[in-house]
Design a protein around this ligand. Structure first.
Ligand code: ZN
Length: 277
């Protein structure tokens, strides 16, 4: 019995010693173990809580750029970073899911280490960089005026025009890095025709804004987007009936005459004003 205890003690001492004698693998050593890809790791002093990989197309060569703090990480975290940087690019659809899943797993490991070390800084919320001005209407102005009139200015959303020939408008809710929801309303490109009347752009925008005001809910295993409360509010909009008729009779006609080329995106806001105002 005594002998057994003694043995346990000795082996645990040896274990501790061996940890000190063999420090965690360096990035160089881990990279040397990679097969098929030549990976080099660069410490980038400008990086604080992010990392990225440079892929050289057509060559099995990659560069992993990391913040200084990751160089002191335990071996498991370093291994996760190396595995992350050497993930295969999934060409076959059945691989896609698996690679994505592994990618998320590695990212969570790295992120959790960085969070523990206080390296994760609050990322700035997404900023709208694209113009909202169209041929006739500025989506921002349309949104703001409806927001003031019908929602006491409480709604917030990114706004954008859909591709020039798109026929569907939609609202999407996404989450930023802090888990805060943000909305984006896309108005169908066909509403960017110069002959679209104000009541039409107002009604379609109002519809998408209602999706923020009345979020979808789960009912009998299905998402309900246009429930009775939604429809009631939508139909109470002053121009709803007029828009409904217009959408059925005039809009298809306008979309047939839609000019295909729309240089808005390339030229940005200032040029858009010059071109269309
Ligand atoms: Zn809808």
């Amino acid at each position: 019995m005594i002998h057994h205890n003694h043995t346990t003690l000795t082996s645990s001492t040896v274990e501790q010693l061996s940890l000190d004698l063999f420090p965690p693998c360096s990035f160089d050593e881990l990279c040397a173990q990679c097969t098929g890809i030549t990976l080099t790791v660069h410490i980038n002093p400008r990086l604080k809580s992010n990392w990225y990989v440079k892929i050289h197309r057509g060559q099995p060569v990659r560069e992993l750029h990391i913040p200084q703090i990751l160089d002191d990480a335990p071996e498991a975290v370093k291994r996760a970073a190396v595995n992350w940087a050497t993930l295969p690019s999934p060409r076959l659809p059945h691989l896609k899911k698996e690679v994505k899943c592994r990618q998320r797993h590695y990212e969570a490991q790295i992120r959790s280490f960085l969070n523990d070390r206080g390296a994760a800084t609050r990322r700035r919320p997404p900023v709208q960089k694209w113009p909202t001005i169209g041929r006739h209407y500025d989506l921002r102005e349309v949104f703001d005026s409806l927001n003031d009139t019908f929602f006491r200015g409480t709604l917030r959303s990114f706004l954008r025009w859909g591709s020039p020939t798109s026929r569907t408008s939609f609202q999407a809710t996404r989450h930023d890095s802090d888990g805060q929801p943000y909305h984006c309303i896309t108005i169908a490109g066909m509403y960017n025709h110069p002959e679209v009347p104000r009541f039409a752009i107002d009604t379609i925008m109002f519809h998408e804004m209602l999706h923020i005001h009345i979020p979808p809910r789960r009912e009998n295993g299905r998402n309900v987007y246009h429930g009775p409360d939604f429809k009631k509010m939508e139909q109470s909009f002053p121009h709803y009936a007029q828009w409904h008729r217009w959408e059925k009779t005039v809009l298809p006609y306008l979309s047939r005459r839609y000019p295909r080329k729309q240089p808005l995106r390339q030229f940005g806001k200032a040029a858009a004003r010059l071109l269309f105002h």
